[in-house]
Design a protein around this ligand. Structure first.
Ligand code: 5IU
Length: 269
């Protein structure tokens, strides 16, 4: 399947989950389906990146466990910048453990993901229990951010030899519709559900996006924004392609145009 032919605007009106609606609204408003993967190891550079590239992105993706000086200030800064530039925050945590443990890793803990990350991803390697557990957490009567938090299933990986394929990926697709209050989509390299099946509208985020490299010597494999969107991706995630370029702002603008133009072509009626 080649992804949704509906505009972000239309999807923002129809989607049952408030986080997905917000995501589509932000994309439409900022004319951006770009996600920056901000793999910085110091709060100062992480926040500087969010401030500099914030105007051009829909979502800011973090790996908060690589930030060596993570503190209250990191959280406050991220939240302020998300508000200032109107982007969502996606923590690429890839939660994968028993239900009881992931609940503690997600809500509370050292990194307080639930407090600042609109979106977090998880793997169903250990079965459905992980989704059940996190769904319980975000729908609990005393959860402070009810309706403001969502999850993505890690359905595929971009690395060479990835085992997140075949039945594993298929089971992600089968499981997602069972959790409409918390699961809004997938991290994958392409659309996984046919748009017209009535299975629901699942948002597809794709990593491994680069316009000038094929890989990184450590197993990463890239496709271009055009290719990802043509294959049904809704949001393209770019790390080194932007932040390690000579002029990150100009490069972010170029990736934003590439992603947006490809989206316009796909949804042209
Ligand atoms: N990432 C991948 N591949 C995946 C998943 C996540 O590259 O399958 I799931 C993350 C790793 C890194 C970013 O944070 O996306 C890609 O960074 P580069 O664009 O710099 O390769």
């Amino acid at each position: 399947s080649q992804g949704s032919r509906e505009s972000y605007q239309e999807r923002s009106l129809h989607h049952a989950h408030p986080v997905a609606r917000r995501l589509f609204q932000v994309a439409e408003l900022k004319k951006s389906n770009l996600v920056i993967s901000a793999d910085f190891t110091e709060s100062k550079s992480l926040l500087a990146c969010a401030d500099e590239l914030g105007p051009y992105i829909a979502v800011f993706k973090t790996h908060i466990d690589i930030v060596s000086d993570f503190s209250d200030e990191t959280v406050i800064g991220l939240k302020q910048l998300a508000k200032k530039h109107n982007f969502l925050i996606f923590e690429d945590r890839k939660l994968v453990d028993i239900g009881n443990t992931v609940q503690k890793q997600y809500h509370g803990g050292a990194l307080r993901l639930s407090e600042w990350a609109d979106i977090v991803n998880l793997s169903i390697l250990g079965g459905d229990g992980i989704v059940e557990a996190l769904n319980q957490t975000v729908t609990a009567a005393d959860f402070p951010y009810k309706g403001e938090r969502a999850f993505l299933l890690l359905a595929e990986m971009t690395t060479k030899g990835s085992r997140a394929v075949g039945p594993y990926t298929e089971q992600c697709v089968e499981l997602a519709p069972a959790y409409p209050k918390s699961v809004i989509g997938f991290v994958s390299t392409r659309a996984l559900t046919a748009p017209a099946t009535g299975a629901g509208d699942f948002v597809v985020f794709s990593t491994g996006i680069n316009m000038s490299a094929q890989g990184d010597g450590l197993g990463q494999q890239y496709q271009t924004p055009q290719s990802a969107i043509e294959r049904g991706s809704d949001f393209v995630i770019v790390g080194r392609g932007i932040y390690a370029s000579a002029d990150p702002v100009a490069t972010a603008i170029a990736y934003r145009s590439a992603g947006w133009d490809a989206y316009m072509r796909r949804t042209m009626k």
